[in-house]
Write a protein that binds this ligand. Structure first.
Ligand code: 13P
Ligand code: 13P
Ligand code: MG
Ligand code: MG
Length: 365
């Protein structure tokens, strides 16, 4: 029997500001999904949050992009938005861009990562959820997990992974995709992955048999809405062990807090800090950007877990490093590279300042 794992998320209101999730919203989401589980639509679910983002983790047998599952998520976000509005939480309904559901939440604001697969004899999965960043934040960790032998020993020593993995890469500006195969096209792949505000990994597949290994949410709220509506805080599903990277190989890339975009007003670069669930409440300058990892063993579609994977002192060094980098970046104030380049900023005063000063620019030609 094929199982589908759907992770669908939205910011439906922050508490306080953009820092945290009000527990009442998580209760309302759980009540709603409980009803869907009782009716048989869902096999199982878990509700988590990362900062101000509500994360619906669901298992079912209806396949990817199923209208009933997407409608359930949309309705859940709407119900939570109602409660957020009653409490006057910040930015209630922030990520819900459409007025009416049209069959699929993609393009309507929520972030979506889904994969369908045959559950293995033992099926460990890690779900990463981030706040104050964008889906480009997964490029570097995904490359490290599935293509870098200095991270993933299995690429060298495990016969079932030795053939390598295929990366499905999206160009979010031209709305095109390309598949590139590692290790043989590694240098071509890195040309794109390094430009992580434009090219984003959508999925990773094992080359020997085409099995899905990872899926990421790649929605870009700012482009979809054509105006600032909040950063597109992403999620990522990774399968692990037995022909996929070991759990430790999946987590290892996060021992380095690389710079990602999305801090403060969606307009600054900052270090990607791996934290436990309880520390996923960004406050310093609305950050720094955060990532949590929820580990599950699937059992007939039941989500056995979550285990809070970054709740481990072995990530203390990465957190300390992230704090040092945060301090260093903050000292730049409104200067690049802390502030994003002009074309990447979520909002800017440039047009109005230009308009005001246009008569004072003197041509030097
Ligand atoms: P165990 O021997 O603890 O099962 O670990 C296997 C392993 O090599 C994990 O990386
Ligand atoms: P969210 O995208 O998490 O709502 O954050 C908005 C922001 O830029 C806060 O500074
Ligand atoms: Mg918010
Ligand atoms: Mg957020």
């Amino acid at each position: 029997m094929k199982l589908t794992l759907s992770v669908i998320k939205a910011d439906i209101g922050g508490y306080v500001g953009h820092s945290h999730m009000h527990p009442r919203l998580m209760e309302v989401a759980s009540e709603t999904l409980d009803g869907a589980k009782a009716s048989g639509l869902l096999v199982d679910f878990k509700v988590l949050h990362c900062g101000d983002d509500l994360e619906l983790i669901m298992t079912h047998t209806k396949g990817e992009e199923d209208p009933d599952i997407h409608k359930l998520s949309w309705d859940t976000f709407l119900r939570c938005t109602e409660v957020a509005k009653e409490m006057k939480l910040y930015g209630a309904g922030q990520d819900l861009l459409a007025d009416a559901f049209s069959g699929n939440v993609k393009g309507m604001g929520p972030g979506v990562a889904e994969m369908e697969f045959e559950e293995r004899k033992s099926e460990p999965v890690i779900i990463f959820m981030a706040d104050k960043t964008s889906p480009g934040a997964w490029n570097k960790p995904l490359f490290r997990m599935f293509a870098d032998p200095f991270c993933t020993a299995g690429l060298v020593i495990d016969p079932s992974m030795h053939g390598g993995f295929r990366f499905d890469v999206l160009d979010v500006i031209d709305n095109k995709r390309i598949e590139l195969s590692c290790p043989e096209e590694m240098y071509d792949l890195l040309v794109f992955l390094g430009a992580s505000s434009r090219y984003m990994v959508r999925g990773v597949y094992r080359k020997s048999d085409g099995e899905v290994a990872a899926k990421a949410s790649v929605q870009r709220l700012n482009i979809m809405a054509g105006r600032y509506v909040g950063k597109d805080d992403p999620v990522l599903i990774v399968r692990s062990q037995s022909g996929f990277p070991a759990v430790g190989e999946v987590l290892e890339p996060f021992s380095f807090p690389h710079l990602v975009e999305g801090w403060m007003r969606g307009s600054h670069n900052g270090p990607f800090m791996p934290v436990s669930f309880k520390d996923a409440n960004p406050t310093r300058f609305d950050g720094p950007p955060r990532v949590i990892a929820a580990g599950f063993q699937l059992c007939g579609g039941m989500l056995v877990g979550p285990v809070d994977m970054f709740d481990d002192p072995s990530f203390d060094y990465a957190r300390q490093k992230a704090l040092e980098i945060a301090e260093y970046m903050r000292r730049h104030g409104p200067f690049e590279p802390h502030r994003l380049g002009l074309e990447e900023m979520e909002y800017t005063t440039l047009p109005s300042v230009m308009e005001k000063l246009k008569g004072r620019f003197e041509s030097l030609d």
